[in-house]
Design a protein around this ligand. Structure first.
Ligand code: PBG
Ligand code: ZN
Length: 325
């Protein structure tokens, strides 16, 4: 490698056009996913206090929002459903006439080309808020698998394009893959939340999804934030069981994991910029302490540079609209 003074890196930083010419990483709207929260009712649009700019919407309003997203070029949404009623087994999750199947039909009609990804988990549907069925104070892994498979099937039958299990039970990707294949959905991809850490950054999401655990926490199923080697084992399991896209979550504090997953597996990698990452930027920007647009662009760029393909972010619509303008 040449040295100073033969090599002067500043030469290529002299104008924006030059900088653009040699830029290594680009964030493209085509790889952004907007999460949405669907609630019962009609004409409902309720702001989520801890996530300024994010709302819970009824099915009709969700369809309208999807039209706006498609108009600015957002290619995909990740749907979370909040049911009419919650119970111990999360029955609303497997109901073929439940909130997500209804949303899928309405959104498909409104925006036929939008990629519809559905979050598969029980925590929005259980009265205790855990991601599986609880037996003697603990989440029962194997008893949860059949419910997750049934939930995925309900979404598949209602027209989901991608199934995204976020529960972190062992063996869920295999269970879901098997159920989908047996029912004629072998073409349907699974985007698994493969390395999902037990993070303090999910707080605002639990307001939006009304899924805060009534007792305990999720550390017996989500990963210890200290573990990167284990994250690679988790991803290996999901890949073996049939995952098509593997996700790392949260995003910015776990970019080392994103990079290692990309290098080790060469699979499509998704990174989820979670609710707490969103809320921190929003809160600082509201006080005039940070320039929101610049911080958002820089954070998405960093996620891409680390090796992510798909980025799930609550900023997707804003970013897409800004680029359109
Ligand atoms: C639940 C789920 C969570 C998120 C997506 N699916 C949070 C949790 O484990 O409580 C987090 C998303 C976010 O914080 O934006 N299975
Ligand atoms: Zn969950």
């Amino acid at each position: 490698m040449s040295r100073f003074p033969a090599y002067r890196p500043r030469r290529l930083r002299r104008s924006e056009a030059l900088r653009r010419l040699v830029r290594e990483t680009r964030v493209v709207t085509e790889q952004l996913v907007q999460p949405l929260f669907v609630v019962p009712g009609d004409g409902v649009e309720r702001a989520v206090e801890s996530m300024p700019g994010v709302a819970q919407r009824s099915v009709d309003r969700t369809a309208e929002e999807c039209r706006r997203l498609a108009d600015v070029g957002v290619p995909a949404v990740l749907l979370f459903g909040i049911p009419e009623e919650k119970d111990a087994r999360g029955r609303g999750a497997t109901d073929p006439g439940g909130i997500i199947p209804r949303a899928l039909h309405a959104v498909r009609r409104a925006t036929p080309g939008l990629v519809l990804i559905t979050d598969v988990c029980l925590c929005e549907y259980t009265d205790h808020g855990h991601c599986g069925v609880v037996r003697e104070g603990d989440v029962d892994n194997d008893a949860t698998l059949e419910l997750l498979a049934a939930e995925a099937l309900a979404h598949a039958r209602a027209g989901a394009d991608v199934i995204a299990p976020s529960d972190m039970m062992d063996g869920r990707v295999g269970a879901i893959r098997g159920a989908l294949d047996a029912a004629g959905f072998s073409h349907l991809p699974i985007m698994s939340y493969a390395a999902k850490f037990a993070s303090a950054l999910y707080g605002p999401f639990r307001d939006a999804a009304e899924s805060t655990p009534a007792f305990g926490d999720r550390r017996s199923y989500q990963m210890d934030p200290a573990n990167a080697e284990e994250a690679l084992r988790e991803v290996a399991l999901d890949v073996e069981e049939g995952a098509d896209v593997v996700m790392v979550k949260p995003a910015l504090p776990y970019l080392d994991v994103v990079r290692r997953v990309k290098e080790r597996f060469g699979y499509p990698v998704a990174a989820y910029q979670v609710s707490g990452e969103y809320a921190m930027v929003k809160a600082a920007a509201a006080r005039g302490w940070l320039d929101e647009a610049r911080v958002v662009d820089e954070s998405l760029l960093a996620i891409k540079r680390a090796g992510a393909d798909v980025i799930i972010t609550y900023f997707a619509k804003d970013v897409a609209a800004r680029r359109r303008a």
